[in-house]
Design a protein around this ligand. Structure first.
Ligand code: BG6
Length: 320
């Protein structure tokens, strides 16, 4: 848990050793973002709005791994279409009535709240093994009055984003800071940038049960070791025994997505018509260059009693 009282005052303290990771805050208000760059060139950009990672460059900074819509709002006016939006405390449309999340918007409020930057920690051992961890916090006091009214529960979220040379790790820590227990869902809605959806497949889900949201929420069992995307896909794979899902491009593994204490994964591509129907999705044929593989805890609910903590996340390896 990050010590909220002990935030660093200087971002890049001078040091006699070799230059370490560089961390800067740029922009102002809802458009503020934190950028971090390793000495070897890899970088990330994280908007305070939603704590949304909007860029992750690996391969010495030459390869962008995340898809970001050309019309994504990066000024804090709405949830970002692209990058890694954080979904909490409900996934998808909330239950119609009778659940504490029922009055919340689709995918909850975390992706559309302004988070606090809590600080950075760096490891500067050697050029090739340096890493930087950025911590972001969102607490009941930081959400809108509407969200507070809809979900009047005391919580604390700390979201840690760690950049290493070939990987990005994003981990959530959810704490119940109130007297009452609460239930939540959580998901990392990662938009991966790919070259060509027709040559892309998803591996590591063979035998897993899934809900097909395109086919009236019917239940199926995955029978393909490599799932090709040939039309709109919106599936919730549940209770996955394997830790790793792999995105394969033109027969070569491109990304490994390793889940930690999150048992479900959503695979989503809106395809032609749905992409056109989203005002912030651009260009129209951008669906060819993205695939969402979203790790989460969305099958049922996670329950936290007073003082309890849940932690879960993902490590994504760029395999170029
Ligand atoms: O448009 P939004 O709210 O960002 O959601 C995008 C998609 O997010 C996915 O996680 C859902 O499974 C889809 O059903 C949904 O369409």
């Amino acid at each position: 848990m990050v010590d909220r009282a002990n935030r660093p005052s200087a971002l890049n303290a001078p040091s006699a050793a070799a230059p370490g990771p560089q961390v800067d805050i740029t922009g102002s208000g809802a458009g503020s973002k934190v950028t971090a760059t390793l000495p070897s060139g890899e970088s990330i950009e994280v908007l305070l709005y939603g704590a949304t990672v909007i860029s992750w460059k690996s391969n010495g900074g030459k390869t962008e791994n995340l898809w970001l819509s050309e019309k994504a709002a990066v000024d804090g006016s709405k949830a970002v279409r692209g990058g890694i939006p954080v979904v909490f405390p409900v996934f998808g449309p909330p239950p119609k009535s009778g659940h504490p999340t029922s009055s919340l918007p689709q995918h909850g409020f975390a992706r559309s709240s302004r988070w606090e930057f809590l600080g950075k920690s760096t490891s500067e051992d050697a050029l090739d093994s340096s890493s930087v961890k950025l911590d972001f916090g969102l607490y009941t006091s930081g959400i809108s009055e509407d969200a507070k009214k809809a979900w009047p529960l005391d919580f604390g979220l700390v979201y840690s984003v760690t950049l290493s040379k070939d990987s990005l790790q994003t981990v959530i820590n959810v704490r119940n800071e109130g007297e009452q227990s609460f239930e939540f869902q959580f998901l990392l809605h990662t938009y991966f940038k790919i070259k060509d959806i027709t040559k892309t497949s998803v591996k590591g889900l063979l035998g897993v049960e899934y809900i097909d949201k395109v086919l009236n929420a019917s239940s199926h069992q995955e029978s393909n070791s490599a799932i090709a995307i040939t039309g709109e896909v919106d599936r919730v794979y549940k209770s996955i025994p394997q830790d790793t899902t792999t995105i394969v491009e033109a027969d070569s593994p491109r990304f490994d997505v390793v889940r930690d204490n999150l048992s479900d994964t959503v695979v989503w591509n809106p395809w032609i018509e749905k992409a056109k129907g989203m005002g912030d999705f651009s260009p129209d044929d951008g669906y060819k260059n993205m695939i969402c593989v979203e790790v989460g805890a969305v099958n049922g609910w996670q329950k936290l009693e007073k003082g309890e903590v849940f932690e879960g996340g993902q490590t994504i390896k760029s395999l170029l």
